[in-house]
Design a protein around this ligand. Structure first.
Ligand SMILES: [Mn+2]
Length: 431
């Protein structure tokens, strides 16, 4: 027997400012969360799943017309027709209080939306499975919901469905507003499988007698959600969990591509290198639409050709046009120009002049994170202002996945590299 565990479908999640992206395949991006649901349902049918679990945030936000709801219901009806039940809980995005209108769920008796006031249990005697679940009543659930869940039924495979920011999960900061609990508390419940939702990065938090699984979201929503996205296909043999396999359902895959240029690379070489690299990425993405952020780095001749704002905009446009020739399935979400002048950094660094001293300081800062953090502390007021500007208008739980992570050492080193490039370009101009 197999069952499928999905979460965080965020149907009709908008990509903010999509229309402002040059040449963005607007419709394909906009429909991606819906198409991922279609793939999820296809997978349930192909695998002849015993049931489908949706662990919260099926809907991204409250909607005022029924277009979104009817699309989802239509997909669930496909399962209903084949006798495949669907078990759904509400998460913070689609909590009872959050959603103002009632969804016309399938009425065949195989659809179950768990209550938001108390946990409920569905028993499937023919499968030997007991499913326990509870919905979010409101957007913020500050206490653990675990005390409301029942004890496991003996002799059954007990599955708990829960939307939570479980402590110890990667890819999210601990957040007290989303039914927090610990891995130990989950294990101590004595269930055999925890079907979790909320964290968008797929991961298995615990194995053995108690499996705790975040399947991740079914479709990445922006460049901070890179890589394959999908669901967990769980195989059960003789009442025990045999295996857990992640299967992709995404139709648009986000990818950050790093391109390191060398001293002899001019702009034309850059276009060639990008074309080659993206062809490889396209194959890896298996005919999906690719949303690519291109980080172009390295000390290169091309840097000298990018010495004005106009030159950089021309190169940006040329690159986009070139990518358009390769395939309609690549969209450059952003090109980050982080090149440096084609100078031998090691030689310059030895110099007993200002440049030498500057580069030695840069290396010292990069090597000593405490010193670097202290150096940046004087910029704190600016950082605070930038951060609040960048985060203005975002959802509260989105704010925990920061747009720019000011606390990240890797991020600080990126900035240092960019600053060095700008300075070296000014300081080493030939003319
Ligand atoms: Mn959530």
């Amino acid at each position: 027997m197999k069952f499928i565990h999905a979460a965080d479908l965020h149907i009709d999640s908008p990509l903010r400012g999509l229309e402002e992206y040059a040449g963005a395949p607007v419709e394909r991006v906009r429909n991606a969360t819906r198409e991922a649901l279609v793939r999820l349902i296809d997978l349930c049918l192909d695998q002849q799943a015993a049931f489908l679990i949706v662990a919260g945030d099926l809907f991204d936000h409250d909607w005022k017309d029924f277009n979104t709801a009817l699309f989802v219901v239509k997909q669930f009806q496909r399962l209903d027709k084949e006798g495949i039940p669907v078990y759904v809980i509400r998460g913070n995005h689609d909590s009872r209080a959050e959603m103002s209108l009632q969804v016309p769920w399938p009425t065949g008796g195989r659809f179950k939306l768990f209550n938001h006031k108390q946990a409920e249990t569905v028993i499937l005697p023919e499968l030997g499975v007991a499913i326990h679940g509870m919905s979010f009543a409101e957007r913020h659930v500050r206490e653990s919901l675990l005390p409301k869940y029942p004890a496991p039924l003996s002799g059954m495979l007990n599955i708990g469905i829960l939307h939570t920011s479980a402590t110890g999960a990667s890819g999210i900061e601990d957040h007290p507003s989303y039914a927090p609990c610990t891995i130990k508390e989950l294990v101590d419940m004595g269930y055999q499988y925890w079907a979790l939702g909320h964290v968008h990065q797929r991961q298995i938090l615990h194995e053995g007698a108690c499996r705790i699984v975040y399947p991740g979201n079914t479709q990445g929503r922006h460049i901070r959600e890179t890589g394959p996205k999908g669901c967990a296909v769980v195989t059960v043999e003789d009442g025990e969990i045999e295996s857990i396999e992640f299967v992709s359902t995404d139709v648009l895959r986000w990818k950050e591509v790093e391109l390191e240029l060398s001293a002899h690379h001019h702009l034309d070489d850059l276009y060639e290198l990008v074309a080659t690299q993206l062809k490889t990425e396209l194959v890896a993405a298996d005919e999906r639409l690719l949303g690519v952020r291109l980080n172009i780095q390295g000390g290169c001749a091309a840097h000298r050709q990018l010495n004005s704002d106009a030159a950089r905009r021309e190169a940006d446009a040329a690159l986009r046009a070139r990518v358009g020739e390769i395939s309609d399935d690549v969209w450059l979400e952003k090109i980050k120009w982080q090149t440096r002048p084609p100078v031998d950094r090691n030689v310059l660094k030895e110099g007993q002049d200002f440049i030498g001293e500057l580069l030695r300081d840069v290396d010292q800062l990069a090597a000593d994170d405490t010193q670097f953090a202290a150096f940046l502390a004087c910029l704190q007021p600016l950082i605070d202002k930038t951060e609040s500007d960048l985060l203005a208008g975002r959802d509260e739980d989105d704010k925990s996945e920061k747009l720019v992570d000011f606390a990240s050492a890797a991020q600080r080193r990126d900035w240092l590299k960019a600053a060095e490039g700008l300075l070296l370009n000014q300081l080493t101009k030939d003319d």
